[in-house]
Design a protein around this ligand. Structure first.
Ligand code: H53
Length: 829
C-alpha cells in the first residue's frame, strides 16, 4: 500500500514548486555535486564520460518536476491517454536534445566553459541507444517528441534490449557485427522502477472444461520497468517512455547451487533473460523465430497490465476503459496486445466475449508500414499453441465471430472467407497478424498517400470491401527539433534570423515565409555557407575516422538507410560505375566533382544486402585509388550508421537519394529530413516522395523511373532484365564489369549473382532514366543561384512534413485525444 505523507501530498498537488530556470552557476554546482555525490568521483579524476553522466543527472533533475507534474495533470483532469506500443524506439542521444528542448543549452555550455571543458565534446561521449532498426523505430521517436511538445497525454511502451542494434565494422570491405554495449557507461537518463513489475507467463496447458478456460502456464517471468523522460520542446510537459526488462532473479535455483550444480542453478534464469537481451536486426522482414514471439508477448503483456493498472487508479471500473485509453499498434509487432487484453477482460474480469470484443475495437488502432509480403508477420499455429495456448484459443474465437457475424451475413463465398480468415490454411497453418490487427482495430492507417491507397487496393482490398470507413492515411513526419535544432544549429540560426524568431520550431509551416526570399542572392549565399560548413564538418569526420580526403566543394550525393534490395543501393552503384566509365572515356570534359556517400546496416542473415555493402566498398577502394579519376569521384561507405551519424550527414548533403522501386517504400522519412536541410531529392514516384514533389514543385526535385502502374505492367508481362541490359550498351558494360570482377580481381565472380539475378526490383528497367536524371543534377549544380534557390524552395515547403502535423492527424482522426490545455497547465510562480 502507498503511504503519502501530507507534506509530500501537498507538494504534488500544488504546482508552485517548479524550478525557476537555472543560470550557469547553478548548473555548474549541480554538475559537480552529481559527480561527487551521485557518482562518487573526485573532479580531479573525472573522465569526459564521467562529466557527461554528471551533467545528464543535472539535466534530468531539471525535467523531473515537469515529468511528475505532467502525470499529476493527467490524473487530475482524467485525461484520455494514448499508449504507443512499439518493438522499436530509435531515440538518438538524449542529452543535447533535452537541453535544447528545455532551453538550457546556453547555461550548460557556459557551465562547462567555467569548468574548462567543452559541451560539444562532452556530448559526444553519450552512447546512442539503438533500440530499433530503421524508419519505423525512428518514426516512433519523432512521434514521442511531437506528442510531448503538443502536450498530448501519451506513454510509449517498448523493450529495454541489453544489446541494441549491432555495431557495424567494415573489415576488408565486409560488414562485421559486434555487440553494441550501450548500457556499459550507465544510463543516467532512465529511472529504474523496481517496484513496477508484472508477471508474464508462457507455455503450459489450457483446461477448457471450465468457462472461462483456465490457462496453467509453465513459466513465468517478471517484466520490470525503466522510465525515460521525453521532454517537450518549451518545457513544462514531459511524457514517459516505459521500457521493460526481464527480471529473473527469482528463477535462480538456490537449492541446486547449494548442491554444487552451478550451471543448472542458473539455467532457467539465463534462458529467460534472453527475452530482453537483443533486438532482432531485421528491418521490414519478418523473422518467425520463437524468441521473437516471446519478446513481442513480453512487451504487450507487461504494457497491457500496466495500462489497466493505470486506468484503475483513475476509475473504479474496467468498463470505462475505452473512454480512458487508446492503444496504438506500431506495425504488427505488438498485435498480441489484442488477445492479451481479451484474455484479461474475460479471464480476470469475467466480461462476456462480445463485450470484451466491443471494447477492444474501440481501443485499438494499427499502422501498417509495409506492403511487402516478406515483412508481414505470420506465426505458425503450432508455435503459438506451445507458447500461448490461451491466446490462440482467443484468436480462434475472434476469427469465428468475425466470419460468422460479419462476413457470412454479407453473402461472401468460401473463397473470400478463406482469404480473410485470420488463420491461413496450408501445409503449416499460420496466424496472420496483419489480419488480426485490421479486424480488431477501429482505424488502420498507411504512412503516405500512395502507400495508403495501395494498401486499400491490394493488401487489404478484401477488408476494405467489408469496412471501407476503417482505412485512412496519415503521412509520416519528422521532428524539426531533432532534425534542425539539434542536428544543424547553423541552419537553425539562419531560420531564426530570416523568420523573425524560433516560432518555426513548433509551427513548421512558418517556413513558408522563406518562399518570398528564395530569389535573394544574399540569402542564397548565406544558406550556401551554412551548407558548406556542414560539409566541412562531415569531411573532417571522414578524414579523422576513415582517413579519406574529400573535397567539400564537390557535390555530396548521399544514400543512407538500411541496405535492402528494394531500396536499390546497387542501382546507385550502377550509376557510379557508369560515371567512372564516362570519365575515363572522356577525361577532359568538364565533369562536376562528386562525393558519393553511403551508409547503412544489413540484417545479419541477409546475404544480398551484405554483398551490396561489399560491392560498395570494393568500388570505393578501386575508384578512390584510380589516379585517372583525380578528384572527380570519391566513394565513401561510412560504417555504423546510426541516429547520431544521420545528424552529422544529413545537414551536409546536397543530393538525397530516394530511389526505391515505385510501390515498395511505404513512406521513407529521411527523404523529409534531407529536404528540410536543403538537399535536393533524386527519387522515384514512391512513398512520401510523391507528396514532397507536390509540395516543392517539379522544377525543384529530380523525379525519374517507372510509376507503380508501369512497374506492375512489367511484372505482369514477365519482367526480363535482359530486355534492358541487351538494349543499352553502356548498362551492359557496367553490368559485365561488375559481374566479371573488374572491382574484385582477387575473386572475379564475387558479384556475378548480384548482377545476374532476376532483378526483382527492376534496377535495369530504371537505369537509363536514373542516369538521365543524374545529368540534370550536374547541370543544375553548375548554376549555384538556381541550385540554392531550389534548396530554399525545398525547405520553405517542408512544413507539412513535421511530425507535429502527423500527430495532430492521429489525435483528431484516430485516437480522439485532446492535449493538455493552457488552463490545465500548472501556473508558474
Ligand atoms: O517504416 C517507415 C517507413 C518505411 C518503412 C519502415 C518499416 C520499418 O522500418 C520496419 C518494418 C516495416 O514494416 C516498415 O520501410 O518506408 O517510412 C516508417 O513508417
Amino acid at each position: 500500500a502507498k503511504t503519502t505523507p501530507t507534506a509530500a501530498k501537498n507538494l504534488l498537488t500544488t504546482y508552485d514548486y517548479i524550478n525557476p530556470k537555472p543560470d550557469a552557476e547553478l548548473v555548474r554546482k549541480s554538475i559537480v555535486y552529481k559527480l561527487i555525490f551521485i557518482l562518487g568521483i573526485d573532479p580531479k579524476d573525472a573522465t569526459p564520460a564521467d562529466w557527461l553522466n554528471a551533467a545528464m543527472f543535472a539535466a534530468r533533475d531539471l525535467s523531473t518536476e515537469n515529468f511528475l507534474s505532467t502525470r499529476q495533470i493527467h490524473e487530475k483532469f482524467k485525461k484520455r491517454t494514448v499508449y504507443y506500443l512499439s518493438m522499436e524506439f530509435l531515440m538518438g542521444r538524449a542529452f543535447t536534445n533535452s537541453l535544447i528542448n528545455q532551453d538550457l543549452y546556453g547555461a550548460f555550455e557556459q557551465a562547462f566553459k567555467e569548468l574548462g571543458l567543452n559541451l560539444a565534446d562532452i556530448s559526444e561521449q553519450e552512447a546512442d541507444p539503438a533500440l530499433g532498426n530503421g524508419g519505423l523505430g525512428r518514426l516512433a521517436a519523432c512521434f514521442l517528441d511531437s506528442l510531448a511538445t503538443l502536450r498530448v497525454p501519451a506513454v510509449g511502451y517498448g523493450i529495454r534490449y541489453q544489446y541494441g542494434m549491432f555495431k557495424q565494422e567494415i573489415v576488408d570491405g565486409k560488414q562485421i557485427e559486434k555487440p553494441d554495449l550501450w548500457l556499459d557507461n550507465g544510463m543516467a537518463w532512465q529511472f529504474a522502477r523496481p517496484a513496477k513489475r508484472f508477471p508474464v507467463s508462457f507455455g503450459g496447458t489450457l483446461d477448457t472444461s471450465h468457462y472461462p478456460p483456465r490457462w496453467k502456464p509453465a513459466e513465468q517471468i517478471n517484466a520490470v520497468a525503466y522510465d525515460e523522460i521525453v521532454p517537450a520542446f518549451g518545457g513544462q510537459i514531459a511524457n514517459p517512455l516505459r521500457l521493460w526488462t526481464a527480471h529473473t532473479g527469482d528463477l535462480f535455483n538456490l537449492a541446486s547451487f547449494n548442491e554444487g550444480d552451478y550451471f543448472s542453478s542458473m539455467e532457467a534464469q539465463m534462458k529467460n533473460e534472453t527475452i530482453a537481451n537483443v533486438l532482432y536486426p531485421n528491418d521490414a522482414t519478418a523473422v518467425g523465430r520463437e524468441l521473437r514471439l516471446k519478446q513481442e508477448y513480453f512487451l504487450v503483456s507487461a504494457s497491457v497490465q500496466d495500462i489497466i493498472a493505470r486506468h484503475l487508479c483513475r476509475y473504479d471500473s474496467i468498463h470505462t476503459l475505452p473512454e480512458d485509453v487508446a492503444i496504438h499498434l506500431n506495425d504488427t509487432h505488438p498485435v498480441l496486445a489484442i488477445p492479451e487484453l481479451m484474455r484479461i477482460l474475460i479471464d480476470d474480469y469475467y466480461l462476456p466475449f462480445d463485450q470484451a470484443w466491443a471494447m477492444c475495437q474501440k481501443i485499438f488502432s494499427y499502422t501498417n508500414h509495409t506492403l511487402m509480403s516478406e515483412a508481414l508477420e505470420k506465426w505458425s499455429v503450432d508455435m503459438m499453441a506451445q507458447l500461448l495456448p490461451r491466446h490462440l484459443d482467443i484468436i480462434y474465437k475472434i476469427n469465428h465471430h468475425f466470419i460468422e457475424n460479419v462476413v457470412r451475413p454479407q453473402g461472401y463465398d468460401d473463397d473470400f472467407i478463406r482469404r480473410v480468415s485470420i488463420i491461413e490454411e496450408g501445409e503449416q497453418r499460420q496466424v496472420r497478424m496483419a489480419w488480426l490487427a485490421v479486424i480488431a482495430s477501429h482505424k488502420v492507417n498507411g504512412v503516405a498517400k500512395i502507400h495508403s491507397d495501395l494498401m486499400v487496393s491490394s493488401l487489404f482490398a478484401d477488408f476494405a470491401a467489408l469496412f471501407p470507413e476503417r482505412f485512412t492515411n496519415v503521412t509520416n513526419g519528422v521532428t524539426p527539433r531533432r532534425w534542425i535544432a539539434v542536428a544543424n544549429p547553423k541552419l537553425a540560426r539562419f531560420l531564426d534570423k530570416h523568420l523573425g524568431g524560433s516560432g518555426w520550431l513548433t509551427d513548421l509551416n512558418q517556413l513558408n515565409q522563406l518562399n518570398k526570399l528564395v530569389d535573394n542572392k544574399d540569402i542564397q549565399n548565406e544558406f550556401a555557407n551554412v551548407k558548406h560548413a556542414a560539409k566541412v564538418r562531415l569531411a573532417e569526420y571522414i578524414q579523422r575516422e576513415m582517413n579519406i580526403t574529400i573535397n567539400p566543394n564537390a557535390l555530396f550525393d548521399v544514400q543512407i538507410k538500411r541496405i535492402h534490395a528494394y531500396k536499390r543501393q546497387s542501382m546507385n552503384v550502377l550509376h557510379i560505375v557508369h560515371r567512372y566509365n564516362q570519365i575515363l572515356n572522356n577525361p577532359n570534359a568538364d565533369w562536376q566533382p562528386r562525393v558519393f556517400i553511403l551508409a547503412g546496416k544489413a540484417a545479419s542473415s541477409y546475404n544480398e544486402a551484405k554483398q551490396t555493402i561489399r560491392l560498395i566498398n570494393d568500388i570505393a577502394y578501386f575508384i578512390n585509388h584510380d589516379e585517372r579519376v583525380r578528384d572527380l569521384i570519391k566513394v565513401v561507405f561510412i560504417p555504423n550508421y546510426s541516429v547520431s551519424l544521420a545528424e552529422l550527414i544529413i545537414p551536409a548533403a546536397d543530393l538525397s537519394e530516394q530511389i526505391s522501386l515505385a510501390g515498395k517504400e511505404a513512406s521513407g522519412t529521411s527523404n523529409m529530413k534531407f529536404a528540410l536541410n536543403g538537399a535536393l531529392t533524386i527519387g522515384t514516384l514512391d512513398g512520401a516522395n510523391v507528396e514532397i514533389l507536390q509540395h516543392v514543385g517539379a522544377e525543384n526535385i529530380f523525379i525519374f523511373g517507372n510509376t507503380v502502374e508501369q512497374v506492375q505492367t512489367l511484372y505482369r508481362n514477365g519482367y526480363n532484365p535482359y530486355d534492358f541490359i541487351d538494349n543499352d550498351p553502356e548498362l551492359a558494360q557496367v553490368v559485365n564489369q561488375i559481374a566479371q570482377g573488374a572491382f574484385s580481381p582477387d575473386e572475379p565472380h564475387r558479384y556475378h549473382k548480384l548482377m545476374h539475378n532476376r532483378d526483382e526490383f527492376q534496377r535495369y528497367a530504371d537505369f537509363r532514366s536514373y542516369v538521365n536524371a543524374q545529368a540534370q543534377v550536374d547541370k543544375l549544380y553548375r548554376q549555384p543561384e538556381k541550385w540554392y534557390r531550389a534548396a530554399l524552395v525545398n525547405m520553405a515547403n517542408m512544413g507539412y512534413f513535421s511530425s507535429d502535423r502527423s500527430i495532430e492527424d492521429y489525435c483528431r482522426e484516430i485516437w480522439r485525444i485532446e492535449p493538455v490545455s493552457e488552463q490545465e497547465l500548472p501556473r508558474l510562480a
